[in-house]
Design a protein around this ligand. Structure first.
Ligand code: F3S
Length: 530
């Protein structure tokens, strides 16, 4: 089933973009969320059927067994690609071929033998099984700081949270202070009615427990919660070449590509196991071979491409192979990625990671590795995909209207998934408030939710005080939660007709995607206006 059909039938809250994927073969895999998807988590079993460890797939999750990320083309037909969801395509890999080739150092063997306690020994056992399953030959020491996507305190997370607490009680900690994805809800800045508040507190009864264990293991307070951990206001941007073990598809994708760090698309939980050991198995996107591009994406649009649409096209075409994108360096002055233009790659990359499972892309003349190696990054028998105006329009035409009342007017705007940069928040504030002045209105016709880390909101309040006031009066609300999880709340599709600038949000929800100018017009008038 195509993801779009899945979204339409999705019945419950707390559903995060996910795909059920490769099992590690380790103890973790028996109960844990799946590997590799943007959050790698599965829906809460509290709703119906299926319980951890039974091997039973709950009714509500059955469509998650296949997804666009399994290699379905835009026509809904399988592309035949075999997925690992790690961003490391191993088309010919078989379970039988996975062997015990991983060699440990004396120190690692001692940990496995329990010399540093039973908790660390268990973590090492899982890591070794994970590495063996993916053909790793050794573990590497991690640097920089981890990023975790364990952010949903739903009942199905209980065993994972208990495991983390066991580790914290034994005195284990992340090798460095780490960042965590945004929380799944916001009880302050979004107008939740009584029913919605009920859904939040019933849906996420373990949120405080999860937040608490993160704090014990080394995460800072909730003001730093964001999927865009690499923004200057958050500060988790390791140096190029650093090995890390991040989770969160959009962060992995941006980090590998723009920062030049080396991480696979890990499944939720593996982030913390690696963080507590300070090690990860070396395979896939962490290796030179795994970072070679199999696709040349030749962008030939007559104007600046729509970044989310371009990313969607690349994700659908490459699935989890590495693309080498040419023809867009002109939109990055001097070939530099700056705080004022990084949102373009954030939008494109996150779309490649949600419409496909791309964990790394190269941009000719812009991102670090092509600057150094150029087209030597392409494998010998690479394929070429031309993205021109006609192809852009073809992709846009595949974006379905999934609103329950397809002809209704929009009721809310969702801006920023991944989380907005400071530049984007200011840009949207000006776009909307200036359009309102022009229209002689004080308030937007529909509420506008700007998803961003609290630190970005705080910066706005300090540096653009007047604009911040105007935005608030206009009905624009900064919120630090996750856009997609919020839109997965039970009954959301029936209550809300959302519009968004995020191809990732479009990919995982019933919210409709539009270019910026149409969004601004619609926010002002309450009608979808080109
Ligand atoms: Fe961030 Fe949630 Fe979107 S974690 S990337 S706002 S799906």
């Amino acid at each position: 089933m195509k993801r779009r059909e899945f979204v339409k039938t999705m019945p419950l809250t707390a559903l995060v973009p996910a795909g059920l994927a490769v099992q590690t073969g380790a103890a973790l895999a028996e109960n844990a969320p799946a590997a590799g998807a943007p959050t790698g988590q599965v829906p809460a079993p509290a709703i119906s059927g299926g319980s951890p460890g039974t091997g039973e797939v709950p009714g509500f999750a059955k469509y998650m067994l296949t997804s666009d990320m399994n290699g379905l083309g835009p026509d809904g037909k399988p592309t035949g690609q075999k997925m690992t969801f790690t961003g490391a395509s191993m088309a010919d890999a078989t379970a039988d071929a996975a062997s015990d080739q991983l060699t440990l150092t004396e120190e690692e063997q001692a940990i496995l033998d329990g010399k540093e306690g039973p908790e660390k020994a268990k973590l090492m056992k899982i890591l070794v099984a994970f590495g063996n399953a993916f053909g790793a030959e050794k573990l590497v020491d991690l640097g920089g700081a981890p990023h975790s996507n364990l952010f949903i305190g739903a009942p199905y997370m209980e065993s994972m949270i208990d495991m983390l607490n066991e580790c914290a009680d034994a005195g284990l900690k992340s090798y460095a202070p780490y960042t965590v994805n945004p929380r799944p809800y916001d009880v302050y800045n979004v107008q939740n009615n009584a029913e919605e508040m009920g859904l939040i507190y019933q849906g996420y009864p373990l949120q405080a427990k999860l937040d608490y264990v993160h704090s014990k293991l080394g995460a800072p307070d909730l003001n730093y919660r964001s999927c865009a951990c690499y923004l200057p206001e958050v500060g988790n941007a390791p140096e190029s070449g650093t090995y890390v073990a991040w989770c969160e598809s959009s962060a992995v994708n941006y980090g590998n590509s723009v920062l030049g760090i080396r991480t696979n698309r890990n499944g939720a939980g593996m982030d913390m196991i690696c963080a507590m050991l300070g090690k990860a198995p070396l395979f896939g996107l962490m290796t030179d071979d795994g970072r070679q591009a199999k696709w040349l994406i030749d962008v030939k649009t007559s104007q600046e491409p729509d970044w989310g649409t371009l990313g969607t096209a690349i994700g659908r075409k490459c699935v989890e192979d590495v693309p080498y994108v040419a023809g867009i360096d002109t939109y990055f002055e001097g070939g530099e990625v700056t705080p004022d233009n990084l949102h373009k790659l954030k939008a494109m990359g996150s779309a490649t990671a949600s419409s496909g499972a791309v964990g790394l892309y190269h941009v000719e003349g812009v991102t670090p590795e092509p600057k150094e190696k150029g087209r030597d990054l392409l494998v010998e028998d690479y394929q070429t995909y031309v993205y021109d105006d006609a192809e852009q329009q073809r992709i846009i035409d595949t974006f379905e209207n999934l609103w329950e009342d397809a002809d209704g007017d929009p009721t809310a705007a969702f801006i920023g998934c991944p989380h907005n940069t400071y530049h984007e928040v200011v840009k949207w504030g000006k776009l909307v408030t200036e359009a309102l002045v022009k229209a002689g209105q004080e308030q937007a016709a529909i509420p506008v939710y700007l998803f961003c880390v609290n630190k970005v909101r705080d910066r706005l309040l300090m540096e653009e005080t007047e604009l911040a006031g105007n935005m608030f009066r206009a009905g624009m609300h900064a919120t630090n939660m996750c856009a997609v999880v919020y839109s997965g709340m039970k009954g959301f599709g029936g209550r809300v007709r959302g519009i968004t600038n995020s191809a990732k949000t479009r990919s995982y929800s019933s919210i409709r995607y539009f270019p910026d100018q149409i969004l601004v017009n619609t926010i002002v008038t309450g009608k979808i206006k080109a």
